[in-house]
Design a protein around this ligand. Structure first.
Ligand code: SF4
Length: 240
């Protein structure tokens, strides 16, 4: 199957969309507004992935922050293999800030880019000790001031560990939002700014988690399985 472009127009077969129409009571191709598409997407993915949750193992905000830094260009599964030993040796910001760089590199090597990730981890821990009494701050401004922490990581920590509004935009969230017809933006920050007002503040983290799951399981970058997708009757890039 060819890969649909992210902005291709709808091409829908009646037999493939009939099931969705029966389940969700919509006409073919509706809703058409970006906000309507975002809401319908979240509603349907809520049925598909009712128990969506962050797959990075963690026991507190500090562990999630460190695990998210390690997850760049790496699978959650691999990060989860590394963090138990890391957190056993360095359970908090104080201990990690005093860690040997060589030892941390050794512990996180298998996650890739381990030299830079180690610098970020040590810098982040030192900043927590110096500026936040060893605790993870909650504001976007304070989080993104930490070494190695961008808006995506900050939004993960805010939404998952701190129960605050946050819509992490990773490659899956960006790709699906464009394919479905919710946004045309390519820059992750612009995608986040466009999506935020379309999703209730308390639902933003879940919306992101569900799009990520759908991107991994159904709408992959190279081979989206449109015939099995619950969004195929209104997705702007559906190939069925
Ligand atoms: S898999 Fe679903 S979301 Fe992805 S392009 Fe196909 S219909 Fe759209």
């Amino acid at each position: 199957m060819s890969v649909p472009s992210e902005t291709s127009s709808c091409s829908i077969k009646q037999n493939a969309t009939g099931e969705n129409e029966r389940r969700y009571g919509l006409g073919m191709g509706t809703p058409r507004s970006p906000k309507g598409r975002a809401r319908e997407t979240h509603k349907r993915l809520g049925f598909e992935y009712p128990d969506a949750k962050c797959e990075l193992d963690h026991k507190n905000p500090f562990e999630l922050l460190a695990a998210t830094i390690l997850s760049a260009q790496c699978t959650d599964k691999r990060v989860n293999m590394v963090t138990p030993n890391l957190f056993r040796e360095y359970p908090d910001a104080e201990s990690l800030s005093e860690a040997s760089e060589v030892r941390v590199q050794e512990l996180v090597r298998s996650t890739g880019f381990y030299v830079n990730k180690t610098k970020s981890l040590l810098g982040m821990a030192q900043a927590l000790v110096d500026n936040h009494n060893g605790s993870v701050p909650s504001s976007m401004k304070e989080l993104t001031a930490l070494p190695g922490v961008g808006r995506k990581t900050a939004n993960v920590v805010r939404s998952v560990a701190l129960d605050l509004p946050g819509l992490p935009v990773d490659t899956h969230v960006g790709r699906l939002s464009r394919r479905i017809g919710i946004t045309e933006e390519k820059d992750p920050v612009k995608v986040e700014m466009e999506l935020n007002p379309m999703v209730a503040a308390s639902e933003r983290g879940l919306f992101s988690l569900r799009l990520i799951l759908h991107g991994r399981r159904v709408c992959s970058s190279r081979k989206p399985v449109c015939e099995d997708c619950v969004l195929n009757d209104f997705c702007a890039s559906s190939e069925i």
